[in-house]
Design a binder for this molecule. Structure first.
Ligand code: ADP
Ligand code: TZD
Ligand code: MG
Length: 583
């Protein structure tokens, strides 16, 4: 198109000298690159096929997926790992909708990403005249993301992209939708004017300092505590202020509890970790300081039996989003600002003679931790050989993660998730990626691709057999790009367990049951990857070690006792059950 325009001008020698021209395609690429966004995850098609090609030709990394949801999940995880919005590129209507789940999930989890979808012509969409893949995408995206923008003119691409990036990463990070009608890509403008229109964002996520009186209030409350507790959430791991957070925890001497994706922010074997004494610290603590974690369902909304006697708790909460305060319970000392600034301010206010918590509190926790760890160790050493149960298989992976702590761990499933979260220790920040705030299935392969691409590290994806199925076709993507991903499918023949039966005796199996003894490993072989069937601890250990050593795409089908799991893993209490049909 650009070439055509130039030829057209050259055919008219009597007009003034030809200026260099540019078009929407190139301006978009220039705008992303000017802001350090060099990777796109997506699925090609009308009207964005050429955009992907030109982006690749310009030196951007372009990863094509088999389904937009997984490209979107990859973009979201890229955002979480890099603090720059991950880009997901889709076609209009159905491609856009496929990507939307990932956009909504990213927003829910506070991960910065931009879903960029081509769209059909506004004139036709707005009159509902039935264009190819017609849909009012902007209107549909709006309630599911932080911000949604449409760019109609090539000269607005620079500013449009800048707005999208800033919206995604500033304040509470989240998903942004960018609507690009087909006509925009081919619009031609003067190249110099185009270059001037590109915006390189200054300070995309500015520091937000907490008010000094808020800091004083928080410190006074912390000083009054007898049994203080720190809760670290994935907001704290996202910010990459690892040393600062570690100094705060260590200087304060306060025990801490990591939420699942904050595991490893401090190593799980840190002496102040209360991970193995979770119930005790939630119940008994009197002042809790939340750092980038929300009091949502994952923390029983900050109330109820698990939090001890009513009124026994006062909260300090560090969050960049003011409206997070008092979302579930009263926050006695809100500390609104970015985590790095808030933690720095607290460290300074603590001064030189900070008193750590009483030894009674520390010892009570240590005792509980030792008892629980010893109980776990016994289970991990069980003599179960075949079929493996969750503990047997996870004991193997626990050891490997300890030996190779740079490995990126992906985790989804129900029992496979819950057991892995408590059994596998994480030693480095941002090494554990999981189902997040929604407990969503399907993040696995998208997260695995992004983890490999963004970090260059080995990836170990620990997947329930149901969980794996949501994104399983992306094993082709993993093989195609030859990514160092080792997938372990915990194959217990179904959702939670493989033993349900159809009570009518009819021909259909129970709704939670899959094909018995399915061979997920052979699926991997179909695309040139390595597929291994593992029946025992030794099979599993050997296969995972080989995969991490070679870096070759590998899927290990770990055969797990189909009786071993429990209903809904550890959140069975959220599962309404019929008293009529329950036997
Ligand atoms: P978890 O699931 O680990 O408990 P959540 O996703 O519930 O974590 O909470 C993360 C919190 O971190 C969100 O409330 C978000 O606003 C907050 N957050 C994200 N980035 C920052 C930042 N830079 N400074 C302060 N808070 C942040
Ligand atoms: N769909 C989506 C998108 N997210 C969900 N969380 C679910 C459905 C419901 N669900 C769970 O919450 S866990 C799970 C489903 C379908 C699968 C559990 O089976 P699994 O794990 O094989 O992955 P275990 O080890 O057998 O328990
Ligand atoms: Mg299963």
């Amino acid at each position: 198109m650009l070439e055509d325009a130039i030829l057209e001008k050259e055919k008219r020698p009597d007009t003034k000298p030809v200026n260099e021209l540019t078009d929407g395609f190139h301006l978009l690429i220039d705008a992303f690159k000017a802001n350090g966004l060099n990777t796109i995850y997506g699925v090609p098609g009308i009207p964005i096929t050429d955009f992907g090609r030109l982006a690749q030709a310009s030196g951007m990394r372009v990863f094509s997926f088999r389904h937009e949801q997984h490209a979107g999940n990859a973009a979201a995880i890229a955002g979480y790992l890099t603090k720059k919005p991950g880009l997901c590129l889709t076609v209009s209507a159905p491609g856009f909708l496929n990507g939307l789940t990932a956009l909504a999930n990213a927003t829910t989890n506070c991960f910065p990403m931009i879903l960029i979808s081509g769209s059909s012509e506004r004139e036709i969409v707005d009159l509902q005249q039935g264009d190819y893949e017609e849909m009012d995408q902007l209107a549909i995206a709006k309630p599911l993301c932080k911000a949604a923008f449409r760019i109609l003119r090539a000269e607005d691409i620079g500013i449009g992209v800048a707005r999208a990036i800033r919206a995604a990463v500033s304040g509470r990070p989240g998903g942004v939708y960018l609507d690009l009608p087909a006509k925009l890509f081919g619009q031609v403008i003067d190249a110099q004017e185009g270059a001037r229109s590109i915006v390189t964002i200054v300070d995309p996520a500015p520091s937000q300092l907490p008010a000094p009186h808020s800091v004083k209030r928080a410190i006074d409350l912390l000083k009054s505590a007898k049994r203080p507790l720190i809760i670290l959430g994935k907001g704290a791991s996202y910010v990459q202020a690892d040393e600062l957070i570690r100094s705060f925890v260590e200087k304060s001497g306060i025990p801490y509890l990591p939420m699942s994706m904050a595991k490893g922010l401090l190593p799980d074997d840190h002496p102040q970790s209360a991970g193995a004494a979770r119930s005790l610290v939630l119940k008994e603590s009197d002042v809790v300081i939340m750092v980038g974690a929300r009091l949502n369902w994952l923390l029983s909304h900050g109330k109820g039996k698990s939090w001890g006697a009513p009124g026994s708790k006062r909260f300090i909460q560090i969050d960049i989003e003011p409206r997070e305060m008092d979302s579930n319970v009263e926050i006695a000392a809100p500390l609104v600002g970015d985590i790095a600034s808030c933690i720095s301010a607290l460290l300074e206010a603590m001064g030189g003679n900070w008193q750590p918590p009483s030894s009674d509190w520390i010892q009570a926790i240590a005792q509980k931790r030792e008892t629980n760890l010893a109980r776990m160790a016994t289970k991990l050493q069980s003599n179960v050989v075949e079929p493996m149960d969750f503990h047997t298989a996870l004991g193997v992976l626990k050891k490997i993660m300890k030996e190779q702590p740079e490995t990126m761990l992906i985790n989804e499933g129900a029992n496979t998730l819950d057991f892995a979260r408590s059994i596998i220790d994480i030693y480095k920040p941002r090494k554990r990626l999981d189902v997040g705030t929604w407990g969503i299935m399907g993040i696995g392969m998208g997260a695995a691709v992004a983890a490999a691409v963004e970090t260059g590290n080995r990836v170990l994806a620990v997947e329930g057999d149901s969980a794996f199925g949501f994104s399983g076709m992306e094993v082709e993507t993993i093989c195609r790009y030859n990514l160092p991903v080792c997938i372990v499918v915990f194959n217990n023949n179904g959702i939670y367990r493989g033993t349900d039966v159809n009570p009518t005796g009819g021909p259909e199996v129970a709704p939670t049951v899959f094909v018995k003894d399915a061979r997920y490993d052979i699926m991997m072989q179909a695309f040139g990857g390595i597929g291994v069937l593992a029946h025992t601890r030794d099979d599993l250990s050997k296969a995972v070690n080989e995969a991490l050593e070679s870096g070759k795409p590998t899927l290990i089908n770990a055969v797990i006792d189909e009786n071993a799991g429990t209903e809904s893993g550890r959140i069975g209490n959220l599962n309404p059950q019929s008293i009529v049909t329950k036997t």
